[in-house]
Design a protein around this ligand. Structure first.
Ligand SMILES: [Zn+2]
Length: 281
């Protein structure tokens, strides 16, 4: 069933478990994520970035795709369709109008006051439509072709102000992770995560969960992270699967076989991620 992320995250926060946001890119990814999370009986947040939405054809296409797959595949677990890193108030409104259950507005590069004002506009529209809102504070680092860009972590005081004044449902706070796959040692501020868990009345979201091993993800969960976003790890797993299939099957031309050849690896990566909710190693 399609739902907003409020209840699933509140429950997870109480139980100190993680709900994942897995990003989608096309029909096959959406289907694989839905099937695997349904099989494992875990709720899931499907993250659609503006880039992925544009690639797939638009907000309505993405919403219809998710709604239809859930019906046709008889998906029983709770699913939330979420706009990832909305770059404007208008983009969030467009997603809500198309039927998204949750939106993220990312105004983290703006000064705090402006970030609060713009986020409040989205919250107002979202609340009237039973849609949950995530917003970001602090500046996340990122890794790309240009190398590693270190971010600035947020602090408890700003975070409290941000959550209280905006009325958001979950907060993405910079705590030391980076977007993309970073292989080196990251300086994750677990103390800050603990403080945020204890003092905020909303769940904490960890962006840039890719590239972190299961032990690190488990430590983040135990410190108090409730939602983890995974994008690059899935991309890497899927492309490895497709690449090796193509190398072994040089004559294949069936697009269903080619695109589908990454599905097993994608599902395996989902399993690895979800496993961190179990205690122990
Ligand atoms: Zn992110």
């Amino acid at each position: 069933m399609l739902v907003n992320s409020r209840k699933m995250l509140e429950k997870a926060k109480k139980e100190k478990k993680v709900v994942y946001q897995f990003n989608i890119n096309n029909l096959e990814w959406t289907r694989s994520i839905l099937e695997e999370c349904d099989r494992l009986k875990v709720p899931v947040i499907l993250g659609a970035s503006e880039g992925a939405i544009k690639y797939m054809g638009g907000y309505d296409v993405v919403a219809s795709l998710c709604y239809s797959l859930i019906t046709d595949l008889e998906i029983k677990t709770d699913v939330c369709l979420h706009l990832d890193h909305g770059s404007s108030v208008e983009s969030c409104i467009r997603a809500i109008d198309a039927g998204f259950n949750s939106v993220m507005l990312d105004m983290s590069k703006k000064p705090l006051k402006e970030n609060i004002e713009l986020t409040k506009e989205v919250v107002k529209y979202a609340k009237n439509n039973n849609v949950s809102v995530e917003a970001e504070i602090g500046s996340m680092g990122s890794i790309s072709g240009k190398g590693l860009e270190i971010g600035t972590n947020t602090n408890l005081k700003d975070c409290l102000t941000f959550v209280e004044e905006t009325g958001i449902d979950s907060v993405a706070a910079a705590v030391g992770t980076v977007h993309g796959i970073y292989r080196g040692e990251l300086n994750i501020d677990y103390k800050l995560i603990e403080q945020l868990y204890e003092n905020l009345n909303v769940p904490l979201v960890l962006h840039g969960g890719s590239g972190l091993d299961s032990e690190t993800l488990r430590k983040c969960r135990e410190a108090g992270v409730t939602k983890i976003n995974i994008n690059s790890d899935l991309q890497e797993a899927w492309s490895k699967g497709v690449r090796s299939y193509l190398e072994e099957n040089k004559d294949v031309i069936d697009p269903r076989k080619i695109i589908g050849s990454g599905v097993a690896a994608l599902k395996e990566m989902i399993d690895i991620k979800i496993n961190i909710n179990k205690d122990g190693k």
